[in-house]
Design a protein around this ligand. Sequence first.
Ligand SMILES: Cc1cc2nc3c(=O)[nH]c(=O)nc-3n(C[C@H](O)[C@H](O)[C@H](O)COP(=O)(O)OP(=O)(O)OC[C@H]3O[C@@H](n4cnc5c(N)ncnc54)[C@H](O)[C@@H]3O)c2cc1C
Length: 447
Amino acid sequence: MSRLLRRRYPRIEPEGAVDHLVVGAGVVGLAIAERLVKAFPTRTTFCVERHGQVGQETSSRNSEVIHSGLYYPPDSLKTALCIRGRDLLYARCAEHGIAFKNTGKLVLALSDDQMGYLRRLHDKARRLRADGVGDVPLEWLDGDAVRRLEPNVGERVVGALLSPKTGIVSSHGLMEHLEKEIIDSETGELVYGTQVVRIDRAGPSGGGKRGDGSEDGWIVQTRTDDGSGGEGALTAVLAKSVINSAGLNAHHILNQVLPESERLQLHFAKGSYFSYRGPGVDQVQRLLYPCPEENASLSGLGTHLTLNLDGEVRFGPDVEWLSPPLTDDGEDVPDFWESRLAVSDERMELAVEEVKKFLPGVDASGFAPDYSGIRPKLSKKGETAVDFSITHPRPGLISLQGIESPGLTSSLAIAERVEQVVRQEVWGLGRGTGRVLSEGGRVDEWA
Ligand SMILES: Cc1cc2nc3c(=O)[nH]c(=O)nc-3n(C[C@H](O)[C@H](O)[C@H](O)COP(=O)(O)OP(=O)(O)OC[C@H]3O[C@@H](n4cnc5c(N)ncnc54)[C@H](O)[C@@H]3O)c2cc1C
């Protein structure tokens, strides 16, 4: 697709210049743009979004859970950014009136094996604190104590870990807040309905005109929907730095500027949700997660119960790997997933079976297909899960890929991290760290 885009959109000369150009206004792109606007008040920051509104893709198709930082390997970006992001997010919500609730969560064990899994989680949380990574408090409960807290939980549950720092947040509330901060700033701009279609290196290495380094950066070509149903208006801007935060499309942006040997392939795992109205959940106060089951069709974090801010119950997300159609170049057809968002009844039956294991009073007739979201994965089905990847593969280009869960929780911390890279690597302030900030390395000890 990157080749196709380059053929379809020949290079054009830039009409203006900007210091930072963020591709994508999901929650992560917005958080980055907001951070850059505040950190560099004399520099210009554009956040370019192809839809007419912010957060129309993964950022509005998730569980809205503020994760505590429990599940990921101790030395991963996911752990570090989730814990830091969680604390920043609670503080931001409290300060700016963004709707949230610190519900707490129970991870439930149904067998001795699963108690072993909980013990490993508990040990890891202790180590995280001891090693100064962060605080993930957990409390042990036996089965009876679980049922005293959550009377709807069934007798099969033999124990649980209570995570008091887990909560829920209005992702739309958070994005509206970030959007407003950018729009209200002097030097930040949100550009809606505008798709980045081509990126080329500018400056000496990219054949810029003056060759004195003053045009160093990236020529970013965009297509703006003019509402006429036609191709839209094409323009280009010279960006001193580009931050690729295009979510499910991030590889198509990045691959345009990388040689074939360095190109990245994303994989896609759909998560479906089911709304629930019926018996067996009337007293639920906290989020309820089963232990993940290795190799089960509903693996991941298990089909769990989440609450929204109105107290409504929903179950999900499950895990369903998608096989995208491929272009002649062997890349996935961009946005193929848009036609795969419907939630099937068949998957609902599987979810009901899973849920009944820990909430035996639920009734299958109360479940209804709700919505789904797609995880941008750096590993394939059956491979070990991979960490967030935030890279700096070329001067002035910072790229985020594989920002799946806990990306919402981590968004403000990711933005903090990107600001450090921009400060050091783009503006030469502070210590430089070389080209690569972090590879999306493989991680063995996932829980
Ligand atoms: C099922 C599911 C459940 C989840 N649950 C949780 C949870 O409970 N807690 C949590 O912390 N995280 C959760 N996550 C993860 C979280 O939702 C994501 O990490 C986060 O939303 C990613 O935000 P983003 O801005 O990177 O991506 P997106 O929201 O996908 O934003 C990318 C943006 O880039 C735009 N774009 C793409 N290409 C272009 C282009 N060429 N030009 C211009 N714009 C472009 C898109 O239109 C889009 O708006 C979940 C994810 C899934 C799928």
